[in-house]
Design a protein around this ligand. Structure first.
Ligand code: BGC
Length: 754
C-alpha cells in the first residue's frame, strides 16, 4: 500500500510547491541550519560518479595562479580538473593569498562549488619551528607538545591551511631510519601520550585557528622498516603489532583524530593501502575510527610496484575494497573509480561512505558556509612568528635537550665567562640547522648556537672557529685556528653532529658516528686542557662512544628549531636546569642497533652492565658492550635526586587487581630541578613472554634543593595485561615486578603477587 501512495504524494507535492521553495530544496546542502548529516546526504545525492571520485582525489598543488602557473601545462591541467569537480583536496598550496585564490576557483567555477581541503606537512611548526618531535618527546611533557602543536596549527591555519599530515606515530627502535625524528622514540606509552596530545593541540575544537590532524603512517609498523632503511619491508608479528606498534595509533584515534594516513610498507605481505586487516578490520571495525583515510604519496599506485596489482585500475580497486579512501597523488582513483563502479567491481556504497566522510569534515570546518574563513592575509601577517610563539619555541628547545654527561660539574659555565670559543661548523650554520620537515621555517630566522650564546652574554667576547668542513673533513688550517682561539678562551662550546638536511624522509643513514673532522676538532680541543662541552646537533641518537671518552660534558641538542641557540645557551650557562630524558636508547655502535630497553629476555640474556668474561654464552656481540651507551629514560640535571624504596599497597580485589606504588624522591643537590620519575613493570611469567621492562607511567616533579616528594602510581589491570596475537587483552594471575627510577636502567624494585 505504502509503496504505491508515496510516489503519488511526491508528484503532487512537486506541483503544489511554489517555485522559490523548489529552489530552496535545490540548495539544502547550503542551508546552515540543517544538521551536517542531512547536508551531506543532499549533496551526495546531487553528485555524479566522477564528482564523487573527485572528492577522493588529492593533488599536490604548488602555485596555481599567476603568470608562471599560466604557462605550465601541468598546473593548467590541475585547474581544468578543479573546475570539473575532479579534485577534493590539494596539498602544498600555501599562504592566505594563494589558498583564497584557488578556493575561489573551486567554489565559484565548479558545478557544485564544493570547497577544497588544503593540506600540508606541518610537523613541528609552520613558520616558527619547534624542536623535532623526537626531541619534544624527551620533555616527557605532553602538555608542551600540545601547546607546540596548537601554535603550529594557529600559524598554518592563518595561512589558509585546514589539515596537517601529523602527528607521525611510527614507533621505531632504529636511529638509522631518517624518520626517527618525526616520532616519539622506542616506547609505546610515550608515543601514545604524545600522539594524543598532538592530536588535541592541532585540532582544538575544529575552528579556523586549528587544523585537522592526520595520524600517520598506518602501515602497521612503518617504523620497523628492516635495517632502518627507508621504504623497506616490514615483517613483524601480530603479537608485536598489537603490543608495540598499534597502541600509539589507537591512542590518536581515541583522542579524536579526524584523519589517518596509510603507510608505504607492506604488512603481513600486503601493502598497507590495500590491507583490509589494517584499514577495515582494525581501524574501522575494531577501533571505531570515524574519520577518513588518505593514502601516502602515491601509495595506491605503488600497490603495483609492490607486486599486488597488475595495473592502475586493479590498484585502485584493491585500495578501495580494503577500505582506503582518499588518493594522494596516484590519480588511480580519479582515472578508474567510476568505471570500476559501473562494472560492479567496487560497490557504490563504499564510495558513498568514503565521500560522505570527506564532505562531513568540509561541513564541520564551516567551509561551505565561509570557504575563505581560514585565508585572511592580515591575520596571517599578525600570526606568523608572533613573539609568544618564538618564546614558546625557546622554552620547548631547552626543555627537550638532554644532558648526557657532566663530569666534575663542567656545566653550567659561569655567565661571567669573558672569552667564549664556539667551535664547529654547525655552531653557526643556519643552513644546517633545520630539517627536511620544517614546513615554512626559514634558515635565516634560526638563532644558531653561536648567536644564542652571544644573545645571552652580551658582555662576553665570543669567538668562533669553524673546525671542520661541510663534508665532515678538517684541515690543518682549521685545526690550527681552533687551537689558537681555544688558547684565549675561558670556556669552549664545541658543536658536532649531522646536518639537518639529513633529517627526515628518505634520509636513512648507515653510519651514525661523528665525522672524522669533527672528532679531530674535539681531540684538538681536548689537548688544550680547557673546559669544554660538546653540543650534539642531530635528529637522531648518534654513536657517541668516542665522544664520551674524551668530552667532559655532552649536551644532546637534537634539532631544536628556530630558537635552538637560545635554548642551548640557557642550559650551557645555567639559566635553565636541564630536565629532558631520552626516549630512545643511544647505541654503542651502529652494529648494536636495534638496541632498546623494552626487549624480551631471550633464553640467554645479557645482563645490563655485565660486560665481563663470564658474560659469554649470552645474547650480545663479542666486540662491543651488550648495553647501550645511554639507556632509554636517561638524562642528567644540574642537581641530583635520590630515590627511596618502593612501597606497594593493594587497593584492588581478588577479581580485579589494583595497586598503589609510592616512592620518595629527594633533591640532594643545591639547586631546584625537575625529575622525571619513571614507573616500569614486568610480568616475569606469562603465556606469552613479556619484555624485561615496560614503561607504564611517569611523573615530572619539581623539587627545591633538599626537598622530598612522595610520588604515587596507580597500577590497574590495564597496565598488568597485554595483547595476544589476535589483539585480545590477556590478564593472568601471578607475580609482577615494579620498578621505579630516573631512567630505565637505574631503578628500585618491588614485587607483588596477584
Ligand atoms: C610522506 C608523508 C607525507 C606526504 C606528503 C610522503 O612522502 O611519507 O609522511 O605526509 O609525503 O608530503
Amino acid at each position: 500500500m505504502k509503496r504505491t501512495i508515496l510516489p503519488l504524494l511526491c508528484l503532487l507535492a512537486i506541483f503544489f510547491i511554489p517555485s522559490n521553495a523548489a529552489a530552496q530544496t535545490d540548495y539544502t546542502y547550503k542551508n546552515k541550519s540543517l544538521p551536517i548529516e542531512t547536508r551531506v546526504q543532499d549533496l551526495l545525492g546531487r553528485m555524479t560518479l566522477e564528482e564523487k571520485a573527485g572528492q577522493l582525489n588529492q593533488l599536490s598543488g604548488g602555485v596555481l595562479t599567476g603568470p608562471q602557473a599560466a604557462n605550465d601545462p601541468g598546473q593548467k591541467d590541475k585547474l581544468v580538473q578543479l573546475r570539473a569537480g575532479k579534485v577534493g583536496s590539494l596539498l602544498n598550496v600555501l599562504g592566505a593569498q594563494q589558498t583564497c585564490a584557488v578556493q575561489k576557483i573551486a567554489v565559484e567555477e565548479s558545478r557544485l562549488g564544493i570547497p577544497l581541503l588544503f593540506a600540508y606537512d606541518v610537523i613541528h611548526g609552520y613558520k616558527t619551528i619547534f624542536p623535532i618531535p623526537l626531541a619534544e618527546a624527551c620533555t616527557w611533557e605532553p602538555a608542551m607538545a600540545e601547546k607546540a602543536a596548537s601554535i603550529a596549527a594557529k600559524e598554518a591555519s592563518s595561512a589558509g591551511l585546514h589539515w596537517t599530515f601529523a602527528p607521525m606515530m611510527d614507533l621505531t627502535r632504529d636511529p638509522r631510519w631518517g624518520r626517527v625524528m618525526e616520532g616519539s622514540g622506542e616506547d609505546p606509552l610515550i608515543n601514545s601520550v604524545f600522539a594524543a596530545a598532538r592530536v588535541r593541540g592541532f585540532q582544538g575544537n575544529f575552528d579556523n585557528q586549528h587544523l585537522l590532524a592526520c595520524v600517520k603512517h598506518f602501515g602497521g609498523a612503518y617504523g620497523a622498516s628492516e635495517a632502518g632503511k627507508e621504504y623497506n619491508t616490514v615483517d613483524v608479528s601480530r603479537y608485536a603489532f598489537w603490543n608495540t606498534y598499534a597502541p600509539p595509533y589507537k591512542a590518536a584515534v581515541d583522542a579524536g583524530a579526524a584523519t589517518l594516513m596509510n603507510g608505504f610498507n607492506i604488512f603481513d605481505g600486503i601493502p598497507s593501502s590495500s590491507n583490509k586487516f589494517l584499514v577495515t578490520d582494525v581501524l574501522k571495525n575494531r577501533w571505531g575510527f570515524k574519520g577518513f583515510l588518505v593514502s601516502d604519496w602515491a601509495s595506491f599506485r605503488e600497490i603495483i610496484t609492490h607486486g599486488q596489482a597488475e595495473d592502475r585500475a586493479e590498484a585502485a580497486m584493491k585500495a578501495i575494497l580494503a577500505g582506503s579512501e582518499m588518493d594522494m597523488e596516484s590519480r588511480v582513483i580519479i582515472e578508474n573509480l567510476p568505471q570500476l563502479v559501473k562494472d560492479g567491481k567496487v560497490p557504490l556504497s563504499m564510495v558513498d561512505a568514503a565521500v560522505s566522510k570527506i564532505l562531513y569534515w568540509k561541513f564541520k570546518l564551516g567551509l561551505f558556509d565561509d570557504p575563505y574563513s581560514y585565508c585572511d592575509e592580515k591575520k596571517e601577517a599578525a600570526t606568523l612568528m608572533a613573539p609568544a610563539h618564538l618564546d614558546a619555541a625557546r622554552d620547548a628547545a631547552r626543555k627537550s635537550m638532554v644532558l648526557l654527561k657532566n663530569d666534575n660539574k663542567t656545566l653550567p659555565f659561569s655567565k661571567s665567562a669573558k672569552n667564549v670559543l664556539v667551535a664547529g661548523l654547525f655552531a653557526d650554520s643556519q643552513d644546517d640547522a633545520l630539517d627536511f620537515w620544517c614546513a615554512q621555517g626559514q634558515a635565516k630566522d634560526v638563532v644558531t648556537y653561536r648567536k644564542g650564546i652571544a644573545n645571552l652574554l652580551p658582555k662576553a667576547s665570543i669567538s668562533y672557529a669553524q673546525g671542520y668542513e661541510a663534508n665532515g673533513k678538517t684541515t690543518a688550517k682549521l685545526l690550527a685556528d681552533v687551537n689558537k682561539k681555544a688558547g684565549s678562551a675561558d670556556v669552549i662550546v664545541a658543536v658536532i653532529g649531522i646536518t639537518g638536511k639529513l633529517a627526515g624522509e628518505a634520509r636513512s643513514l648507515a653510519d651514525l658516528s661523528p665525522a672524522p673532522g669533527q672528532m679531530e676538532m674535539l681531540r684538538t680541543l681536548k689537548a688544550t686542557g680547557k673546559p669544554f662541552v660538546v653540543v650534539v646537533h642531530a635528529s637522531r641518537p648518534m654513536v657517541l662512544t668516542e665522544v664520551e671518552k674524551l668530552a667532559p660534558a655532552i649536551l644532546n641538542a637534537w634539532i631544536g628549531g628556530t630558537r635552538m641557540g637560545d635554548g642551548a645557551a640557557d642550559i650551557l650557562f645555567g639559566d635553565y636546569n636541564p630536565s629532558a630524558k631520552t626516549v630512545i636508547s643511544f647505541p654503542v655502535a651502529v652494529g648494536q642497533i636495534p638496541v632498546y630497553y623494552n626487549a624480551y629476555n631471550t633464553g640467554r640474556p645479557h645482563r645490563d652492565g655485565d660486560e665481563g668474561p663470564d658474560d659469554f654464552w649470552v645474547s650480545r656481540y663479542r666486540d662491543i658492550p651488550g648495553s647501550p651507551l645511554y639507556p632509554f629514560g636517561f638524562g642528567l640535571s644540574y642537581t641530583s635526586f635520590e630515590y627511596g624504596e618502593i612501597a606497594v599497597k593493594s587497593i584492588g580485589t581478588q577479581t580485579e587487581p589494583k595497586y598503589e606504588a609510592s616512592i620518595s624522591v629527594k633533591n640532594t643537590g643545591n639547586r631546584e630541578g625537575e625529575e622525571i620519575v619513571q614507573f616500569y613493570l614486568r610480568d616475569p611469567v606469562a603465556s606469552y613472554v613479556r619484555p624485561v621492562k615496560e614503561l607504564k607511567a611517569f611523573d615530572k616533579v619539581s623539587l627545591k634543593s633538599g626537598e622530598s616528594k612522595t610520588v604515587k602510581f596507580t597500577v590497574d589491570k590495564d597496565m598488568l595485561s597485554y595483547f595476544d596475537e589476535n589483539g585480545n587483552k590477556v590478564l593472568e594471575p601471578g607475580k609482577f615486578e615494579f620498578f621505579v627510577g630516573g631512567n630505565s636502567r637505574d631503578v628500585k624494585k618491588a614485587e607483588v603477587r596477584w
